[in-house]
Design a protein around this ligand. Sequence first.
Ligand code: BJW
Ligand code: ZN
Length: 236
Amino acid sequence: MKELRQRIAGARRIVAFTGAGISVESGIPTFRGPGGLWRTYRAEELATANAFHRNPRLVWEWYDSRRQIMAQAEPNAGHRALAALERRCGGFTLVTQNIDGLHNRAGSRRVLKVHGDIWRLRCMDCEHEADDFRTPMPDLPPRCQCGGLLRPGVVWFGEYLPRDVWSEAESAASGAEVFLTIGTSAVVYPAAGLIDTARRGGALIVEVNPQETPYSQSVDHSLRGPAGEILPELLG
Ligand code: BJW
Ligand code: ZN
């Protein structure tokens, strides 16, 4: 751990790539772990444009309940360690799959949100976009001033990732000296492919996760444990 800490402390271009696991210690359930079911639905059945078209109210009830959990949650020591790293290291890039906003609330300034943001709503008809922090929503599904349905500004299965955000994430990964993959099962693509991109660019890859992932065997260091404990030790 000491050698690894020094290696990270001496690196100029560091990328942290986070997933739902970093918010577990803040009380937010993951997608695929325990508590990953909502009523009887799996996330994969709800996080799609088809599900929304079929039943916007049902999908919005899921998002509304998650927004309430997220609004009550506080960033944890893992989020804070990454915010502190950004302040210290000029070449740091934070890429998150999370939509919960906890990295920003922990003080991270530049956050590449490759799967969007649950607090940003977009009209399905006129494309108007705005932040909306109301919890619970007064009416479900919420509607735009034009009468169109509002949807959460997140990336569902089968949808493209936001182009500019994604290209910044890819170029940061390809030029990284150190790439930290934290709290992600690394099964959702193209996001998980950033790990391969970083490896091809010659980065040292460090995984932080209490469980094994498909990448555990091939990374340089697989640190098994909760992000809220490991990150302050590794980066502090
Ligand atoms: C802890 C912890 C602690 C617990 N500390 N850790 C190649 C092959 C096969 C399929 C595809 C492919 N390329 C693309 C696809 C299709 C699809 C895909 O990847 N499917 C796979 C599941 C097979 N991808 C897409 O559809 C993507 N779009 C796309 O490809 O566009 C091109 C295209 C367009 C048109 C047609 C075809 C292609 C879009 C993917 C969007 C994903 N969206 C979601 C929902 C966002 C909104 C919402 O939240 O509601 O994003 S799905 C969900 O998974 C969410 C997450 O960001 C994402 C990743 O999950 P994450 O963060 O890894 O969470 P978990 O729960 O999986 O893991 C948590 C981890 O934490 C675990 O490992 C725990 O052990 C760990 N942990 N406690 C640290 N204390
Ligand atoms: Zn509209």
